[in-house]
Design a binder for this molecule. Structure first.
Ligand code: SF4
Length: 512
C-alpha cells in the first residue's frame, strides 16, 4: 500500500461515497455532533458504529472524564518494546503527554503534527506512514501504535491503510476520538482489543513466540482489566485447587503475553467493559466469566462460575471454596467498616469495591461508574441492588454529587470533584483512583484491605469539623475577593478569626 491517493479525495475509501468533509473550521471547537458527522462523511461510519455497539452511551451522552485517548496511550506506554505515536491537535497532544508523564510514563511519546494544508492534501497520512517507517526497528520494537485523535478521525485519516508490518514490526492504527469512545477506561479496550486481534490472527497462521517465563503447567484463566499487582497472585492461589492457574492480565505488558492470554482455558472479565477484548477471546473459542473473587459471596460465586466454564468437577470446586472462604469470612469479620458511604469512579472496578464494602458491613447507598452496563456487570449489579444500593452506570458528575447530597454519607469515595465537594462540606472523602484502586481487592488480601483506610478516613470527621469551623467564611462572600458592590462590614469576620486563634493552641488545629 505505497501509492495511496490523498484520503480527502479518495471517495473509493468512503463507505457512502459522500463528498469530502469540509476542513475549514473543523477542530476541537466544532463540537461533538459536527465532528461525528464529518467522520461519517469521511468513511469512518464502520468504526463509529462498532464503538457505538461496544461502548453504548446513555442514559446521557458521556460522563465527564479526561480525554479518552489517554486510556489507549497509557496501555501502549506500559508495554515493553512498543512505540506510541499520536496524531492530533497540538493542544490535545500536549495534554496527553503531560498526563502520561505525570503518571510516570518515562517513555517518549511520538507526535505527527499537522496543519490545515497537510490535513486537506493527504500529506498527514504520508507523514504518519513515514513516521511508522522511521520507527519500525525490529531491534527496538515489537509494535508501533498510531492513535488518531479527534480531528484526524473526523477528517477520515485512514490508519487502516497503513502497512500491517514494516521490517517485521507490527503497525497498529487506532482511532480514539472523544466523540466515539466515551471514557478513557474504554479506550484501554480499544487498543488492547486491536492488539489481541492481531495476535489472534498471527496465532492462527502458525507458531508464535513463547511466554517469557515458564509455562504454568496447568490450564490458565486470562484476567481482563488492570488490577493491583498482588491480585493476580491471590487469584492464582484461589484457582490452584481447581487445577487452574492465573494467566496474563490484559492489557498486557508485552506483546508475547497476548498469545499467552489467548491460550487460556477461559477468560475472566474482572473489569466488565472490555468489549473488544471479549470479542477476541470469544473468537478464539474461549468462555468469558464476569465478576471477580471479592468478599465471601463474590468469591464463592466466582469459583463456581470459573469451575463451570472450565468443566471442573464438583469435588474440586468445593475444595477450592473450602480452602479460601473461611479465611475471607474471618478477615471480613476482623476488620468491619462502620459508616454510610457513597462511591463513584471511572475505573470499572466500582461495583466490585461496592460489594467488598457491603460485605465489610458498610452502609453503602450509591455506586456510580462512568462505565456502561454490560452482561458482565449484571451479577454485581443484581447483588448490590438486592442490598439496597443504587447503582448508576454512565454516572455523570451531577448524579454523583446529587447522591452525596441525598445520602449525606460519613465518607464519600469518588473522583476529584466529588472529593472536593465532600471536603467543602466537612465530610471525609477518599480518591477512588489513588487510594482505593491502589489496594488489593481479591481473596483474603482484599477482604481486609479497605477497612484500614476507610475507617481511618471516617474517624477524621472531627478534624474536618474543626477545620471547617476555623476556615468558616474564607473564600465566600466578601472574602472571595470578588466584589460586585462596595464591600461593607468586614471587621466582624477578622475579629472572629483572631478570637478563634487566641482560644486554641496551634498544635490543636490539625493540618490539611
Ligand atoms: S483528542 Fe478529542 S477528546 Fe481528546 S483532548 Fe483532543 S478534542 Fe478533547
Amino acid at each position: 500500500m505505497n501509492d495511496l491517493a490523498p484520503y480527502q479525495i479518495s471517495t473509493a475509501e468512503r463507505d457512502d461515497n459522500s463528498p469530502a468533509p469540509q476542513e475549514d473550521g473543523l477542530g476541537c471547537h466544532a463540537g461533538k455532533e459536527k465532528m461525528r458527522a464529518a467522520a461519517q462523511a469521511a468513511g469512518m461510519s464502520e468504526t463509529l458504529g462498532r464503538y457505538a455497539q461496544d461502548y453504548p452511551q446513555g442514559p446521557h451522552d458521556q460522563p465527564q472524564s479526561m480525554c479518552p485517548a489517554f486510556g489507549s496511550l497509557r496501555v501502549g506506554l506500559r508495554m515493553r518494546r512498543t512505540a506510541m505515536v499520536l496524531s492530533g491537535s497540538a493542544c490535545c497532544v500536549y495534554g496527553l503527554t503531560f498526563t502520561s508523564h505525570f503518571y510516570g510514563a518515562r517513555r517518549t511519546v511520538g507526535y505527527v503534527p499537522f496543519s490545515s494544508e497537510t490535513l486537506v492534501t493527504g500529506k498527514l497520512f504520508e507523514d504518519i506512514r513515514a513516521a511508522a517507517h522511521q520507527l519500525a526497528d525490529p531491534e527496538k520494537y515489537d509494535a508501533v501504535v498510531i492513535i488518531n485523535l479527534c480531528v484526524p478521525t473526523a477528517s477520515g485519516v485512514p490508519l487502516r491503510l497503513l502497512p500491517r508490518e514494516i521490517n517485521g514490526v507490527r503497525i497498529i492504527g487506532v482511532d480514539v476520538p472523544g466523540f466515539g469512545v466515551p471514557t478513557h477506561a474504554e479506550a484501554k479496550d480499544v487498543l488492547a482489543g486491536a492488539m489481541l486481534r492481531v495476535a489472534r490472527l498471527e496465532a492462527e497462521q502458525g507458531p508464535v513466540q513463547a511466554p517469557r517465563g515458564a509455562r504454568a503447567g496447568m490450564p490458565t484463566i486470562a484476567l481482563i482489566g488492570e488490577m493491583f499487582p498482588a491480585d493476580p497472585m491471590q487469584i492464582g492461589a484461589m484457582l490452584e485447587p481447581l487445577g487452574l492457574a492465573a494467566g496474563p492480565v490484559v492489557p498486557t505488558r508485552e506483546w508475547r503475553e497476548l498469545y499467552g492470554a489467548l491460550d487460556c482455558a477461559a477468560a475472566a472479565a474482572i473489569h466488565p467493559f472490555y468489549a473488544a477484548c471479549v470479542r477476541e477471546f470469544e473468537a478464539a473459542g474461549r468462555n468469558v466469566v464476569g465478576s471477580a473473587p471479592v468478599g465471601y459471596q463474590g468469591t464463592a460465586a466466582w469459583l463456581e462460575n470459573i469451575g463451570a466454564a472450565c468443566n471442573v468437577g464438583r469435588d474440586k470446586i468445593d475444595a477450592a471454596k473450602a480452602r479460601v472462604l473461611p479465611a475471607i469470612k474471618g478477615a471480613l469479620a476482623a476488620t468491619p467498616i462502620k459508616g454510610r458511604i457513597t462511591l463513584s469512579g471511572y475505573e470499572g472496578s466500582e461495583l466490585l469495591v461496592g460489594r467488598l464494602l457491603v460485605e465489610s458491613g458498610a452502609d453503602l447507598r450509591y455506586v456510580g461508574t462512568a462505565c456502561p452496563r454490560t452482561r458482565f456487570s449484571e451479577a454485581d449489579r443484581d447483588w448490590l441492588e438486592a442490598k439496597g444500593v443504587h447503582v448508576q452506570f454512565r454516572a455523570s458528575l451531577e448524579q454523583d454529587l446529587a447522591a452525596f447530597d441525598e445520602f449525606k454519607p460519613d465518607l464519600a469515595i469518588g473522583t476529584t470533584p466529588v472529593v472536593q465537594k465532600a471536603k467543602q462540606n466537612a465530610t471525609p472523602a477518599l480518591y477512588f483512583t489513588n487510594l482505593i484502586s491502589a489496594r488489593p481487592l481479591m481473596g483474603v488480601a482484599g477482604a481486609g484491605s479497605l477497612a484500614k483506610v476507610v475507617n481511618a478516613a471516617i474517624g477524621n470527621r472531627a478534624r474536618f469539623d474543626e477545620m471547617n469551623d476555623f476556615f468558616a467564611g474564607v473564600g465566600v462572600g466578601f472574602a472571595a475577593g470578588v466584589w460586585q458592590d462596595t464591600p461593607q462590614d468586614r471587621v466582624d469576620f477578622r475579629k472572629k478569626q483572631r478570637a478563634r486563634m487566641a482560644r486554641k493552641p496551634a498544635e490543636e488545629m490539625g493540618s490539611c
